[in-house]
Write a protein that binds this ligand. Structure first.
Ligand code: ZN
Ligand code: ZN
Ligand code: ZN
Length: 389
């Protein structure tokens, strides 16, 4: 397992801000937690963000408990080694005391959580904010055995995770460059006569070769399959004349993800395909140009949609324009109609309009952008045109 990617001071700062939000400085958000709501965070991107602990949820409970005045980790003794690779051992020197309690099979880890919440008294009736990936396996005992009232911690954690610091932006930039190198090799990987699955296997290897720890997703949508935004791969053989959507990404060792789509043409496209694709290219550029501090997420979505609608292609753009990205491939903020959140420096998200003609073909262009003081920085820089291979 990789060491936590940033120095302990970074995690200490995140934990202090999480504790402040949990203590109620502005924590009565749209889902209305009362001030003073402790946080319970189980393994997943939220835990990795706050502590550098990179593990999965198993049947044995691991949990970070953040109250206004204490930070605790409850961990099964046989998984205690996961802490060694995290920021936890360095946090004391960075000014945050973390109380680590391990437990052995037969002990009650939920009671340990309860003790951390209420300082030893009965936690029953306490409202806690729980990370949204917490399995029901652990959530139900927290509710039923401890009598806790639970709300989602999403509102608190997104306020932290949405804003990337310089070190996180550097990771996203490195991830963008790594996936760009894979797209740069597409003429070798994507060949007429290969199946989508064969191409995807070659791309998966290239994603790792170019610096990712693994491929998280590989979409190769050829011909009519490109018209289905949810298609991943099949045994369809790629033919001359196909338009092929290639949407790929994965995490670096740090856990930060890449995600980029380019569309390829197996030989020269028809005039109609070229003309419709050119509209998509303008739509994607318009959305990137609309990104600046204070612009709402929905206005960025509308910038892409308006270009397509004016060209009569609006009905073929059937999904939102983008999603935030970081330790998760999909996270806040979502670039979608109805989301009036203003984008701010440090936010990172995809701009990925597409056009989909059922039974015919489809195309998508996707870059990750990071909001700057006066616009945005795309971390993907491959050409946007319909690349003929
Ligand atoms: Zn994508
Ligand atoms: Zn995406
Ligand atoms: Zn996606």
């Amino acid at each position: 397992m990789a060491d936590s990617p940033f120095p302990p001071t970074v995690y200490a700062d995140r934990l202090r801000r999480a504790a402040a939000l949990a203590a109620g400085s502005g924590a009565s958000g749209s889902n209305g937690h009362p001030a003073g709501t402790p946080l319970i965070v189980t393994p997943g991107p939220d835990l990795a963000y706050l502590t550098g602990i990179r593990s999965e949820s198993f049947e044995r409970l691991t949990a970070l408990v953040v109250t206004a005045d204490a930070v605790s980790v409850i961990v099964p003794r046989l998984e205690r080694a996961i802490l060694a690779d995290s920021a936890v051992p360095g946090l004391a020197a960075a000014g945050v005391t973390v109380e680590v309690t391990d437990w052995v099979d037969g002990a009650d880890p939920y009671a340990l959580v309860g003790a951390r919440l209420a300082g030893g008294s009965d936690p029953s009736g306490t409202t806690v904010a729980v990370s949204d990936g917490t399995p029901a396996l652990h959530l139900v005992p927290l509710i039923e055995r401890l009598g806790l009232k639970v709300v989602l911690a999403t509102d608190i954690l997104r306020r932290l995770r949405m804003f990337k610091d310089a070190a996180e932006v550097a990771e996203l930039r490195a991830a963008g460059q790594a996936i760009d190198r894979v797209h740069a090799r597409m003429a070798d990987l994507l060949r007429v006569g290969r199946t989508e699955r064969e191409v995807a296997e070659a791309i998966t290897a290239a994603i790792v070769e170019e610096g990712h720890s693994r491929a998280e997703f590989v979409i190769v949508g050829s011909g009519p399959h490109g018209a289905d935004p949810h298609h991943d791969v099949s045994d369809r053989v790629i033919e001359a004349g196909d338009v092929v959507v290639v949407d790929i990404g994965g995490p670096l060792a740090s856990g930060y993800n890449s995600d980029s789509t380019r569309t390829y043409s197996m030989g020269q496209p028809t005039a109609e395909v070229a003309a419709q694709y050119a509209v998509l290219e303008r739509a994607q550029a318009a959305a990137v140009a609309a990104v600046r501090p204070g612009a709402t997420a929905e206005s960025v979505d509308a910038a892409a949609r308006d270009v397509l609608t004016q060209a009569g292609l609006g009905e073929f753009f059937v999904h939102r324009t983008g999603h935030g990205i970081g330790l998760s491939v999909h996270e806040e903020p979502y670039i979608v109609a109805g989301n009036d959140i203003p984008v701010q420096p440090g936010m990172a998200f995809s701009i990925e309009p597409g056009i989909y003609f059922p039974g015919g073909w489809g195309a998508r262009i996707e870059d990750i952008v990071v909001v700057t003081e006066d616009g945005c920085e795309p971390v993907n820089t491959r050409p946007h045109g319909l690349t003929v291979v």
